[in-house]
Each structure stands twice: as C-alpha cells, then as structure tokens.
Design a protein around this ligand. Structure first.
Ligand SMILES: [Zn+2]
Length: 244
C-alpha cells in the first residue's frame, strides 16, 4: 500500500512538519500559495525551495479563493499563475494542484487539467482510492476528533461531536471497532489497519501545520507516523508519485 501525505497553505510550521516527515521517511506534498495571502506566517521562497529538495511542492492558487465563485477567466488565471509561480521557485515542473476549501466542479477540474497538472486533491475523507486524478480524495485530516476543541460559531457548543456524527455512517460501513471513536490517534490507526488488511491502493493523510500547532496535535501526529513506519509493505510517495 502507498502512504502519501499533503499539507496545505504554506505556513512557517511546514518546516517543522517536513522535518518530522523526514524522521520517519514519509513523503509529503506541500500545497502553497504566495506569501502575500498570509503575511508573516507564510513560508519564504527560500523555505519553499528547501522543502522541495526532499518533498513535492504543489499549487494552491495565488490568492486562495473559492474557485467556483470566480469568472472562468479569473479561475484560469489563479490556476495557471500558481503553477508558474511555484516552478520559478523550485526550478522543477509543478504537477499537483489542490482546490482551496475543496471547492471545485467539473469546469474547474478541466481548467486544472488544461493548465498542465497531472492531478488535483480534494478535501474528501475516509477514502482509499481515486476514480479521477483531478478529484483525488484523502483518508484522514489531522484535526481534533471526536470532540470539537474550539468554539468559533454560536452553534458549536450544541454540536460538539460534529465530526463523529459526519464520520459515523462510513465508520460503520468500514466496520471499525467502537474504540476507534475514542481519539484522533485511535481513528487514524484503525483506518490504517483497515487499509492494510483489505489491501487498499493508498492511505492519504493531510492537514494544515498551523492547525496541528493550534490544536496541539504534534505528539499524536508523530505517534501515528511512527506506527506507520513500523508497518511492513508500505511504500512512501508524494501525491504526484501516487498518481504515477
Ligand atoms: Zn488552503
């Protein structure tokens, strides 16, 4: 089985993340936008270049918009310019794209394909294979589970188990044990074990380094990467290598 990871937005904490991946020989694709979109917390061009020596850098548009809300020409410009911007920094072809907020439709998928990318990642979760390289789903996000950690909307306190509620039908379908609901780490391990046992094509872990920091998930992430690295028959690849 192939184990791949991807990390969105291009923030400073990606440097720590890249080192953590290196420690366990895991490969990552870092989807970055230009610094102007998130000022002082953004990776510098030098930092992006240094990550590109060991991992893949993918495009994530120039200004991180919801692409389906833009005029087609504007969406096309966001997609094409981000590819050129990354290639000018890494001096390598940029093959992979990630839709900001997972916002996409068939028209946006064709714009990405026509811009010369080989594939694009969505924010779908709990999946282990892709039907369309331009709708490549993920298996799990590094994000608090099962309980919400921060309340930023008035309804959050009354829907504290939102993610568990959304995941439950699929977890039942996969016949994950009830104990997999106990924590993010137990869910990650249960999904990985399921994927291994049922011989799935891939396990795709993704997230945002700024969320790992915000929600204090570094320790759990490291425990999971260690768990993965101790399993046999795992091939580590970037998102682009996975498509190939
Ligand atoms: Zn993003």
């Amino acid at each position: 089985m192939i184990f791949t990871t991807s990390w969105d937005d291009g923030r400073k904490d990606d440097m720590r993340l890249a080192e953590l991946l290196d420690k366990y020989s895991v490969k990552g694709t870092f989807y970055v936008s230009p610094p102007s979109t998130h000022e002082k917390h953004a990776l510098t061009n030098e930092e992006i270049k240094s990550i590109s020596d060991r991992h893949e850098i993918g495009a994530h548009t120039m200004t991180h918009p919801k692409l389906t809300r833009l005029e087609p020409q504007e969406a096309q410009r966001e997609i094409e310019e981000s590819k050129r911007w990354i290639e000018s920094i890494t001096k390598k072809p940029c093959h992979s794209f990630c839709y900001p907020y997972g916002d996409e439709n068939p028209q946006i998928r064709s714009l990405v394909a026509n811009a010369g990318f080989s594939g694009a990642r969505t924010v779908e979760q709990l999946l282990f294979s892709a039907n369309d390289p331009f709708g490549s789903p993920t298996t799990l996000q590094v994000y608090p589970f099962p309980l919400r950690k921060k309340f930023t909307r008035w309804w959050h306190p009354i829907d504290i188990c939102a993610r568990l509620r959304i995941f439950a039908p699929r977890m039942i379908e996969l016949r994950l044990s009830p104990s997999s609901c106990l924590s993010w780490l137990s869910l990650a391990k249960a999904l990985f074990t399921y994927a291994q046992k049922t011989d799935q094509p891939f396990f795709h872990l993704w997230g945002h380094s700024w969320e790992i920091e915000k929600y204090g998930m570094w320790d759990n992430l490291e425990k999971f990467l260690k768990f993965v690295s101790e399993n046999e028959n795992v091939e580590h690849s970037t998102n682009h290598e996975l498509l190939r």
